[in-house]
Design a protein around this ligand. Structure first.
Ligand SMILES: NC(=O)c1ccc[n+]([C@@H]2O[C@H](COP(=O)([O-])OP(=O)(O)OC[C@H]3O[C@@H](n4cnc5c(N)ncnc54)[C@H](O)[C@@H]3O)[C@@H](O)[C@H]2O)c1
Length: 425
């Protein structure tokens, strides 16, 4: 019996498995690229015997990634990458129906979350799939002797890659890490269309408010911010963008949005969404300037984009009024500020995260990155790597085929023309 088989699991209720299985199979219908990879993995066994830890949002889509890795021969353990994002029925089904140890409970405390990270490291992974770099950071801080066992890691999100770059700069990244987020077939679609739609889905499920006619402030106009702004406009909101990057700010202006500093946007906004990957982008003084009833939420990776410590200090009370909806009453003015999902990723806390159709490409990148690390064991320099560009093109081509679409190919004449310099006006 391998080490993994003797591991336990920690899920909310194993009896939720049959509902979870149905939902996993439902999302699989929209993940044709990952399915093709799973079928190839099952035949070729490229991950045979590889011990792997995946720290991810435990959703139906992640379950399908886990199935693909398992089909490829990997022994995988799953833990949550956020205390609020776990779908308990999915966690139960992965254990009961696929025999995959999962350590994740929706609403787990930060202590439990950290304990699960350490439990995963007890498994001595050779590959780490990370989302936010918590497992890699814990490995480097607390288990330095285990680093040599690692073939490499993959990183799902923007914030995690920033952390990996910082680890590398500090001279502590002694293995290859694949920046999955930086693949075009990941952030063009997942961050923009996935976060765009699912963030609004989370706000609406939590509050049931009408977006039409409201001022919605998007803090950060990166890939996620663009998606949120685009979709909010589509639902009739008046979108205001705040930025610190002049180029992104001009882009937002040209895309037709009002752009201003957060101090000016604070008294105007009805709804605020932070998507910066940065800290305290809505701070104490901004909460003080907001309208009565302003709704504030975050869809960036960590829960410190909103300075909730400052908000608590400024408030005389905080009352939970619906699931994922907490009302703070400011001292003095009595104005109410509504915080959604405790400032954690609202699309995963109050909704189901990104739809399967975009996660199909994100997780195709994950599965192929793991295969790439295993195939190139010992050959890749320590540091942050991109998948080869042909993998991006292959994933996009498979997606087009799955959508029943085809595109043109360059003729020999065109190919020659675009690679020559002689012909001009
Ligand atoms: N909710 C989700 O499911 C989901 C999905 C993908 C990524 N993310 C996370 O969302 C965050 C953003 O990701 P991204 O890919 O859009 O990153 P990005 O780098 O493309 O964009 C972030 C933007 O925020 C801006 N910014 C930084 N500090 C700011 C400040 N104080 N005020 C205003 N703007 C500021 C930056 O200039 C940049 O344009 C990251 O934490 C990422 O990990 C979440």
């Amino acid at each position: 019996m391998s080490a993994i088989r003797s591991l336990e699991f920690d899920v909310k209720d194993i009896n939720l498995a049959s509902q979870g299985k149905q939902r996993i199979e439902w999302s699989e219908r929209d993940m044709p690229v990952l399915r093709l990879i799973r079928e190839r993995f099952a035949a070729d066994q490229p991950l045979k015997g590889i011990k792997l830890v995946a720290c991810a949002h435990i959703t139906t889509e992640t379950a399908n990634l886990a199935r693909a890795l398992q089909a490829g021969g990997a022994e995988a353990v799953l833990i949550a990458s956020n205390p609020l994002s776990t779908q308990d029925d999915v966690a139960a089904s992965l254990v009961a129906d696929w025999g995959i140890p999962v350590f994740a409970i929706k609403g787990e405390t930060t202590d439990t979350y950290n304990r699960h990270v350490r439990t995963a490291l007890d498994f001595h992974p050779q590959i780490i799939i990370d989302d936010g770099s918590d497992v890699v950071a814990t490995l480097i801080k607390e288990r330095r002797e285990q680093v040599k066992e690692l073939v490499g890691s993959t990183e799902e999100t923007t914030t995690g890659i920033q952390r990996l770059e910082a680890i590398h700069k500090a001279g502590l990244l002694s293995f290859p890490a694949v920046a999955v987020n930086n693949a075009q077939t990941k952030h063009f679609f997942d961050n923009r269309y996935g976060t765009g739609q699912s963030t609004l889905d989370g706000i609406i499920r939590a509050t049931n408010i009408l977006l039409a006619g409201r001022n919605l402030v998007v803090v950060g106009y990166g890939w996620c911010g663009k998606g949120v702004a685009l979709r909010a406009r589509g639902m009739g909101a008046n979108v205001i963008v705040t930025e610190v990057d002049a180029i992104k700010a001009v882009e937002a202006v040209m895309d037709g949005f009002r752009v201003m500093p957060i101090a000016e946007a604070a008294p105007l906004g009805d709804i605020f969404v932070t998507v910066t990957g940065n800290r305290h982008v809505i701070d104490g003084q901004h909460f003080s300037a907001m309208k009565d009833g302003a709704i504030v939420c975050n869809s960036g990776h960590f829960d410190l984009e909103l300075n909730l410590v400052a908000l608590r200090e400024k408030s005389e009370s905080a009352v939970k009024i619906r699931p994922f909806v907490e009302e703070y009453k400011l001292k003095g003015s009595g104005r109410r500020i509504i915080v959604l999902g405790e400032g954690r990723l609202i699309n995963l806390a109050a909704a189901e995260g990104h739809p399967a159709s975009v996660m199909d490409m994100s997780f195709a990148n994950q599965a192929l990155s793991v295969e790439y690390l295993v195939k190139n064991e010992g050959k890749l320099e320590p540091g942050v790597h991109l998948l080869p560009p042909e993998v991006d093109i292959e994933i996009a081509s498979l997606k087009l085929r799955a959508l029943g679409l085809s595109i043109d190919t360059l003729t020999a004449e065109q190919l020659e023309y675009i690679s020559s310099w002689e012909t001009g006006t």
